[in-house]
Ligand binder design. Structure first.
Ligand SMILES: C[S@@+](CC[C@H](N)C(=O)[O-])C[C@H]1O[C@@H](n2cnc3c(N)ncnc32)[C@H](O)[C@@H]1O
Length: 541
């Protein structure tokens, strides 16, 4: 093992590991909640839609922001922040943004430009990339041609954008494309305490943490500084892992996202994937509703999948959203900055442009079941799942279009569809997704809190099963339940949810106002409970 980093905020070291390149080992035993690494980004930028509400330098939200009079794009929480930002790269950025106004390049293009300007400032005349960026994986040779083409077009865009600042040509187009490919598999999506996406940053040491679908650490952010914390006890020398993808998804979906975004296969260590014996497109639905039939249970599905997709005792199902032809759409819109926004780690849950689809994977648990019989059982469910997927898409679109009532209607319609499915489909992945979008819509609409509480409570068992015990999404979900229940004066529910939230958030958000809020709520609820039991006792007397 190499020496630990001198960086005092790092409790580990980088080593080589079998088949996965480099990895991060903790140097000392850690308890849940212990920070194992915290790091400022080598470079970071806000996403375009966060720019109006957040400081360009600190990434903190603010009601009163000062707008840069040069580019009229960047906004700052104070003069000091503006001054610091100017010295740290906004000087060149401001000129480039002015030159391409009113268009604004996507965040990853702005990130690449800032990184190259920074390197030129710190190592004048050296060229190339900083050493800690150069060594990051880019997997260029494994990328499909369509992806290479998109990255090449983004590289052209980056160079055009940088030329606006009158800077010398810093990197050849091919090298810029490789840099953008490095972003795809090494950058981190920056979120605030409530897990709202704010920007994207490159953290060279943080990029050493490998993926696991049962991670023992997770990342959160203080402004744009990343902090990795343990979510389980870690022994000295143990590898720290995070999840690169949404954990509340089926294995098939996680596998596809990892293959596409990070070029590795979570099933690579297992035997050859089970091949379906029959594959059929459901009539009238192109490839958007498909049936795949296996003669026996495909070993690649895990418990997680079975919980999310089982339909009945002899048939299993798996409905997934298939990614549309994003790359070719991007390629044909090379001149349109916004359409070239790149997916980055942790951000693949998006995809509002996807075509909703239902793919059902059926297998016989006993093996040897008659294929026609399986198909007959499953086919009506495919139709129902397909409709549920369509309603989910409609609900997401309505929410994005600021129409929460439309989203509530679509979400409820989707859930009603699913009620027609086999009772064992109660735990299907589309039910979880419909409940999640319905809850967001009901909270946005703000006119039926009892319904919102009911939705939130129906979602809880899914999240408890799918996320690790200590996980921010689960903690924040309990916090939402507590808030809605306390609004409705359902104190017992509020108290339980608030306690569950605080039990998690004390590890995941130890220094954040989100946890303070829970302590306050818990305190108020316990005090009220106390005074009510005092009152009762007095009455009894
Ligand atoms: C953010 S980097 C992690 C550090 C990387 N191992 C390295 O040496 O630079 C992501 C890349 O690491 C590899 N990787 C991460 N987790 C993995 C896993 N569970 N199985 C296989 N490869 C993995 C993949 O090549 C992936 O594209």
């Amino acid at each position: 093992m190499k020496k630990p980093f001198l960086n005092a905020s790092c409790l580990g070291r980088i080593d080589r590991c079998d088949g996965r390149g480099r990895c991060f080992h903790v140097a000392v035993p850690c308890r849940p909640g212990d920070p194992i690494l915290s790091e400022d980004p080598y470079e970071a930028v806000l996403y375009n839609d966060s720019v109006q509400s957040r400081c360009h330098h600190t990434f903190h939200e603010s009601q009163q922001l000062l707008r840069c009079s040069g580019c009229r794009f960047a906004r700052y929480s104070s003069r000091a922040a503006q001054k610091a930002a100017w010295a740290e790269g906004h000087k060149e950025e401001c000129a480039a943004l002015r030159a391409c106004a009113p268009r604004v390049p996507p965040a990853t293009v702005r990130l690449a430009a800032r990184l190259l300007w920074k390197h030129a400032r710190q190592s004048p005349g050296k060229g190339g990339l900083p050493a800690n960026v150069e060594t990051l994986e880019h997997h260029w040779d494994s990328l499909p041609d369509s992806r290479k083409q998109t990255l090449a077009q983004m590289a052209v865009l980056t160079r055009e954008y940088m030329a606006g600042a009158g800077a010398p040509d810093l990197l050849a187009p091919r090298e810029v494309a490789h840099l953008l490919a490095r972003f795809s598999c090494n950058s981190h999506t920056i979120c605030d305490e409530e897990l709202r996406v704010t920007g994207v940053g490159l953290y060279p040491v943080g990029a050493m943490l490998n993926h696991s679908c049962t991670p023992n650490a997770f990342q959160s952010f203080a402004g744009k500084r990343i902090v990795f914390r343990a979510v389980q006890p870690l022994a000295a020398g143990q590898e720290a892992t995070i999840s690169y993808v949404e954990l509340a998804a089926t294995r098939a979906e996680r596998r596809a996202a990892l293959l596409e975004g990070y070029c590795f296969d979570i099933d690579a260590v297992k035997a050859v994937e089970a091949q379906p014996v029959t594959e059929r497109v459901i009539p009238g639905h192109d490839r958007s509703a498909q049936l795949k039939l296996y003669s026996s249970s495909p070993h690649v599905m895990d418990q997680h999948d079975v919980a999310l997709t089982s339909l009945n005792s002899s048939v299993g199902g798996n409905a997934s959203v298939q990614k549309g032809a994003e790359d070719s759409a991007d390629a044909s819109a090379a001149q349109d900055f916004e359409s070239l926004e790149e997916p980055v780690p942790g951000s693949q849950a998006g995809g509002s442009s996807m075509q909703p689809a239902a793919v059902i994977e059926c297998w016989s648990r006993q093996g040897g079941m008659d294929g026609a019989e399986l198909a007959r059982d499953a086919e009506p469910c495919v139709e129902v799942l397909r409709s549920a997927a369509v309603q989910h898409h409609a609900a997401e679109s309505s929410l994005a279009a600021d129409d929460p009532h439309g989203a509530v209607a679509a979400g409820k319609a989707g859930l009603r569809q699913l009620d027609r499915c086999h009772p064992h489909a109660q735990e299907h992945v589309w039910r979880m997704r419909l409940l999640a979008v319905l809850l967001r819509a009901q909270v946005c609409a703000g006119d039926s809190w009892p319904d919102a509480l009911d939705t939130a409570r129906r979602l809880t068992p899914f999240y408890k099963r799918l996320y690790p015990k200590v996980w921010p999404t689960l903690g924040l979900h309990h916090a939402s339940v507590a808030k809605i229940a306390s609004l409705l004066e359902q104190d017992v529910t509020a108290l339980k949810a608030s306690q569950a939230a605080a039990d998690i958030l004390q590890y995941t958000h130890p220094e954040s106002p989100v946890l303070q809020e829970q302590w306050q709520l818990l305190y108020n609820l316990q005090r009220e409970k106390g005074s009510r039991s005092d009152a009762l006792e007095l009455q009894d007397v």
